[in-house]
Write a protein that binds this ligand. Structure first.
Ligand SMILES: *[C@@H]1O[C@H](CO)[C@@H](O)[C@H](O)[C@H]1NC(C)=O
Ligand SMILES: *[C@@H]1O[C@H](CO)[C@@H](O)[C@H](O)[C@H]1NC(C)=O
Ligand SMILES: *[C@@H]1O[C@H](CO)[C@@H](O)[C@H](O)[C@H]1NC(C)=O
Length: 452
């Protein structure tokens, strides 16, 4: 009866082709980016490693998956199990086999844009040099995970502006470098990265949050002293692990993830009709033996139970250290660290308030600039102000808390103050030493001292 099975298999293939879902002609490509570094941000790289495992398990070959991540977690001095990265409590090692295409200093927005544009010459001698070589029949999946702000997606020492991102995707469409594209983006205010993308370029996306909302971290692991995942990423990936991806549509996945992510508004963007495709259209339809990555029960939802807004992660981690060291030698140290972190945050907010005060020349107006939630209309003003703040005041890549005041720059621009006025005020106010710009990494040696 072997021939019957063969015949059935052939029929399935033919059917798949007719539906255009797993048609033989095109190939799948993927770009996975974790835009942060350091132990505090463990979760971003864990998410991206898990995404790799999904693609790998469903048969997407490594030469079609491009991974950008700092790669400072698996062998971090804080890691009690070197070489192991997990994405849920007591979970399997998601680090196994992850390609190291662009790591460390090579994780930059410039290199990311070169990967998208297929600029192999521009990446010669950089990392693995791999770029997207997709063509008009191919499908591309892009997964980005990091800190963000209105119009900004973070990278370890700098950031990607929404305009560059939008242009890169539009350009790929124009050059017929994909048939269809799926983007899953996790960051605070991730919705703001899609506001200007056309909805007729065969691109469909989900953002973890709307344009003015935080995304949330989850799975605080006390043994590791950090969060293991982010809510939206965990939800779409654990759903993918549970479902038959050749049957579940993107629409159904959106509905499930939207419902389960109670912490922020997961939103759809772009060409919504693409959501009729199955998830396998973009993650591969190879019948996966998921092994250790397989289904994780939903009953108790430990992710949501431990969820905190992404910007509050360092506070939550330090609070946990304080609680765990109660009555012990290190307790005072952690309390001081926590107080200092709060002071540092207040310093960022106060600095921005002073700038707003100087620009507007009015206390009430300054307050309004600090609390309004305008959308970005003046891209040029936003871009110029953000760059001025980044270089003159706080590095937005290394000091994620500074991303929390980007909204004020948007508000100033939308109220008609120019980037020039903003820059002048920033220059006058930001006279503090530049080491303020990299606060958390300075803490790492102390963390080690007290944990070992
Ligand atoms: C973003 O685009 C601007 C021009 O609008 C360009 O000057 C800048 O280098 C680009 N940034 C990156 C990271 O490519
Ligand atoms: C985004 O979410 C916030 C609440 O978290 C809400 O106040 C705001 O209205 C939402 N924005 C949009 C455009 O839906
Ligand atoms: C606060 O900022 C100071 C000055 O930049 C830095 O040395 C310190 O490590 C920061 N503390 C915390 C807890 O982030």
């Amino acid at each position: 009866m072997k021939w019957l099975a063969l015949l059935a298999a052939a029929a399935v293939v033919a059917l798949g082709g007719a539906q255009g879902d797993s048609d033989g002609e095109g190939e799948l490509w993927a770009v996975l980016v974790a835009g942060s570094n350091s132990w505090f941000n463990y979760r971003h790289q864990a998410d991206v490693c898990h995404a790799y495992q999904i693609l790998h398990a469903h048969g997407v070959p490594d030469d079609h998956i491009i991974v950008m991540m700092s790669d400072d977690i698996a062998h971090n001095k804080m890691n009690p199990t070197p070489g192991v990265v997990i994405n849920r409590p007591d979970g399997p090692n998601v680090y196994e086999g992850v390609p190291k295409d662009y790591t460390g200093d090579d994780v930059t927005p410039e290199n990311f844009l070169k990967v998208l544009s297929g600029d192999a010459a521009g990446l010669q001698g950089v990392g693995s040099g791999k770029v997207l070589k997709s063509g008009p029949n191919d499908r591309v999946f892009i997964n980005l995970v990091d800190h963000g702000a209105p119009g900004i997606f973070g990278f370890p020492r700098t950031f990607l502006m929404v305009k560059n991102f939008t242009n890169a995707i539009v350009q790929m469409h124009r050059q017929k470098r994909y048939k269809e594209m799926l983007i899953y983006l996790e960051s605070c205010e991730s919705g703001s990265m899609f506001l200007n993308l056309p909805d007729d370029i065969k691109m469909y996306a989900l953002s973890a949050a709307n344009a003015t909302q935080s995304s949330y971290a989850c799975y605080m692991d006390q043994k590791l002293g950090t969060f293991l995942g982010d809510v939206f990423s965990i939800k779409w990936m654990e759903d993918t692990d549970r479902e038959d991806v050749t049957k579940e549509t993107l629409k159904k996945q959106f509905e499930i993830v939207h419902k389960e992510t109670t912490t922020s508004d997961v939103l759809q963007w772009g060409e919504l009709s693409l959501d009729k495709h199955t998830v396998s259209t973009f993650v591969g339809s190879g019948s996966a033996d998921l092994g250790d990555y397989g289904p994780f029960p939903t009953e108790s939802d430990p992710c949501l139970k431990s969820a905190v807004p992404s910007p509050d992660v360092p506070l939550a981690i330090l609070e946990d250290h304080v609680a765990q060291s109660d009555g012990l030698l290190g307790a005072d140290f952690w309390k001081r660290q926590l107080a200092e972190l709060q002071q540092n945050r207040t310093f960022v907010t106060d600095t921005m308030r002073k700038i707003a005060q100087l620009v507007t020349g009015d206390e009430d107006l300054a307050d309004m600039m600090m609390s309004d939630v305008h959308a970005i209309a003046d891209d040029a003003c936003h871009e110029e102000s953000v760059l001025a703040f980044h270089y003159l005041c706080f590095n937005l890549g290394t000091n994620p808390y500074a991303l929390r005041v980007v909204q004020t720059m948007v508000n100033l621009c939308e109220h008609g103050y120019s980037a020039r006025e903003f820059t002048g005020a920033a220059r006058a106010v930001c006279t503090h030493p530049s080491r303020q710009r990299n606060q958390l990494s300075l803490l790492i040696p102390f963390l080690r001292l007290f944990r070992s």
